[in-house]
Each structure stands twice: as C-alpha cells, then as structure tokens.
Design a binder for this molecule. Sequence first.
Ligand SMILES: [Fe+2]
Ligand SMILES: [Fe+2]
Length: 273
Amino acid sequence: MATDELAPLRSGAPEDRGAYAGVLRLYELAKRAEWQVRDLPWSELPPVPESAGSPQKAARRMDIWRSVVTQQLQADELAVEMATQLFSIAPDPEAKLYYTTMVQDEARHTEAWLRLSEAAGGRAERDPYLDQLAHMTLEADTLEEKVFLMQVFYERLIISRFRMIARGARGTVLADLCNRLTVDDGIHHRAGMAYERVLLEHADERTRARLVEAANRMLPVFVKHALWRPKAREVVGRLMRETDIRMLHEDIETGVRNAESLGLDVSGIDLAF
Ligand SMILES: [Fe+2]
Ligand SMILES: [Fe+2]
C-alpha cells in the first residue's frame, strides 16, 4: 500500500502514520496467532468434563457445563456484532485492517462454541447482563467509548474467566478452546489499548470525561454479569462467590490501571461494589 493511500480520514487524526505502528503490529500478531476450529481436539478429547457417579449426578454436572458453554457462546455471538461495528465505523485504514482479524476471530469463536454447545446438549439460560453490556457498547455514541468498553475493559476482564474455566475442565475440548481464547482476547485487548491511545492523543476533556462516565455505567453491569448464575449453577455460584468477588476486584483494578495509562483521570471511576 502506498503511503499516500493511508492519508488520515478522521478529523484530528495524527498526520504521522507512525502513531499507528502499534495497531499494525497487533494486526501482524493476530495473523500469526490465527487458528481453525478443526485444530481443536474434537476426536481425541471429550467436549466437556465427564462425570462418574449416578446418572442424576452426571446430568446435573452436564447442566452446569452446558450453562458455562451457553454463556460464552452468547458472549462471542455479541462480540461478532461489536467487532463488525468497529470494523465498519473505524475511519483509520490501519485500524480497519486490524478489525478484519477481530471480526474473523469472533466469528470463529462463535463457530467453536456452537459446535461445543451441540456436543453438550444444546443451549441453557441466557445471561441478561451480557445482553445489557453489549447494547451499551453497540449504542455508545463515539468510537472512543466503544473501543474503551469492549477492548480496554471487557476483553481484558474476561481473560481470567477463561483461565478459570480451563482449570476446571482439564483434558477437554472446552479447556483447549479457553486457552486459545485467552491468547486471542489478549491480542484484542492490546490492539484496543494501542488504538485508543491514538484516538485519545488529541481528544478534548469532554471526550475523556465521557469515557469515565461510560466506565461508571458499565462496571456495575459487569459485576452483575460476573456474579450471575443460571439456575443450573446457583449452588456452585454460592460456593464460588468469595473467589468470584476477589477475582473481580483484581480484574477491575487492572481495568482502572489501564484506563489511567491511557491518560484518563480515573479518580472519578466508582468501583461499583
Ligand atoms: Fe471472542
Ligand atoms: Fe474478543
């Protein structure tokens, strides 16, 4: 691509395209990290952990895993919509190029979850807070807010959940998938940080203040999402609550540090719980 084809399209975009080097690096990294659904160990490992014990106990365990898979399927279905929106509205050619990889990643994640969900016996209850989080992002007014909510916050906060699922589901397709998603969402998050940094370079105070307001709207819903358990997991949910809350605190603190490293005044962020 000739350099003059990369002329800034966004008003206030930096003249120096070197500012986008970080975004382009993440594009290269995303291409190298690309995998296929057929690479998952479908024929070697069980889809989700198998349970010894009585048929009733096995059925209850299967309900739990089905609901775990459903929640992640729902998350990645919504991620396809959000990534597609970012791809279509990002005016900077470097970011658009990067988002082609994210749209493909989220679609591939959904493909894997759909197959896993079928293997685990179909879908379970929908997480209402996840729908709310997605709508907040899809309906946010500015690109800065959308990148901030999805990539700076959500995709970073979700990584520890993937690690937790992988630990609880060793030796399954589910664990293998979660390990891949840890890598992919790590890249999505880093790309969002790199792009948000460019977007905010010349942003006015109003735009910056709006991001803090957006974080304050999002965090309480994220907390509800992280602590939400469908009927199938209510008992496990109660047992896990303390661990969940500790993890949430750590994750949200990391999110706030990330926001701070983007030059935002985070003193106005309400830690929500
Ligand atoms: Fe994803
Ligand atoms: Fe993602």
